[in-house]
Design a protein around this ligand. Structure first.
Ligand code: GCU
Length: 348
């Protein structure tokens, strides 16, 4: 079934209509969907997989996945391609995990933290200050020796992780004052991603963590429900959070990967050969996104500064010290501890 053009996608009702109308993951692209979804169009193919993404179509991961779809169509002689639905069009990240499990959405890019809700061992990839650099993170995320077992560990819950993108480094920002020390966060309500680890982390850092989907953050800060959030420079500038919270302080506490998830059934619907092509091209997508990420973060910082945001560089040692208890609290299984050790060993 083909969808009619929709002028404004984004409300829950329309998303529901869109999903019902598509009725599954293996249909032709919606007519006009490149427009409605923000421009990430898909090449013609017999099967166009839907990829859920919560940021805009210009962001590195969306660009890289769109290009991956093009190469996939070429290399599978038009059997498969991808269409990226950006801007939470298919739902907030937490919902899209469920849609992938149900097979309604084929792939989703989700912050690693959300997968802790399915297997707590994922926490080892999401702890504060676990990575030394983007290169370190990227080497770990896509090394099957390190993450192979973890990525297949939730197949019984219908989720398979195919690999991870680096999504920059996260720092805190707020509407009140620059953060120089953990004490400066006292009394501030800071949005965190929807995982207990992040809520606890923010508490240890000196503030109060409020879990929430990304799409609601701007309004929550604007209305005073929140004092700020924590994220990379790109989200800060591109989602215009800098308009409502002008103090961005480089605590650099987190590098949460975005993991590409699918379901074993969806992925298994391709032949072995096509799956191999997909995985090969996915490595190229990781590289493309990596280069773009570095560029986008620098440009976003400059744009936010231009628009009046104030950036400061606190000493991160006290923040690093403050979150240390999280390691003992969260690395509770041998698997999680071993994983954490392997991640750290890859830094050396
Ligand atoms: C980043 C990250 C996303 C995440 C978002 C958030 O944009 O790449 O995966 O969802 O932050 O804070 O919710």
């Amino acid at each position: 079934m083909r969808l009619k053009k929709m002028a404004a996608v984004g409300t829950a009702a329309l998303v529901a209509v869109a999903l019902t109308a598509c009725g599954g993951g293996f249909e032709a692209p919606a007519e006009g969907s490149a427009e409605t979804s923000g421009g990430a169009g898909a090449p013609e193919a017999e099967t166009v997989f839907k990829v859920a993404f919560n940021q805009n179509a210009d962001q590195p991961e969306a660009v890289a996945m769109t290009h991956l779809g093009e190469r996939l169509a070429e290399r599978t002689d038009g059997r498969y391609s991808l269409e990226v639905f950006p801007n939470e069009t298919l739902g907030a990240q937490k919902d899209t995990v469920e849609l992938v499990q149900a097979g309604t959405v084929d792939f989703a890019l989700v912050a690693g933290s959300l997968l802790e809700n399915f297997n707590p061992d994922f926490v080892a990839l999401n702890l504060p200050y676990v990575y030394d650099s983007q290169e370190h993170q990227e080497a770990v995320l896509n090394d099957p020796e390190i993450t192979g077992d973890l990525y297949t560990s939730i197949e019984d819950q219908n989720i398979r992780v195919l690999g991870g993108f680096s999504a920059g480094t996260r720092s805190v920002y707020n509407s009140s004052h620059p953060i120089e020390t953990p004490e400066d966060l006292a009394g501030l309500k800071i949005r965190v991603m929807e995982s207990d680890t992040n809520t606890r982390m923010l508490e240890l850092m000196g503030g109060t963590g409020t879990p929430m989907g990304q799409g609601e953050v701007y309004t929550a800060i604007q209305s005073g429900v929140l004092d700020g959030a924590e994220n990379n420079e790109s989200i800060f500038a591109n989602l215009k959070h800098d308009e409502v919270a002008q103090y961005y302080s480089y605590t650099k506490h987190l590098m949460i990967p975005d993991l590409l998830i699918t379901s074993p059934e969806t992925f298994g619907s391709m032949s072995e050969e096509d799956r191999a092509v997909f995985l090969e091209e996915l490595q190229v997508a990781f590289e493309e996104s990596s280069e773009l990420t570095t560029k986008v973060m620098t440009e976003s910082q400059a744009a936010a500064e231009e628009a009046g945001a104030k950036f400061n560089e606190p000493d991160i040692a006290p923040f690093r010290e403050a979150v240390k208890p999280l390691l003992d609290e969260k690395l509770t299984t041998d698997t999680a501890k071993d994983l954490y050790d392997s991640v750290r060993a890859a830094a050396e």
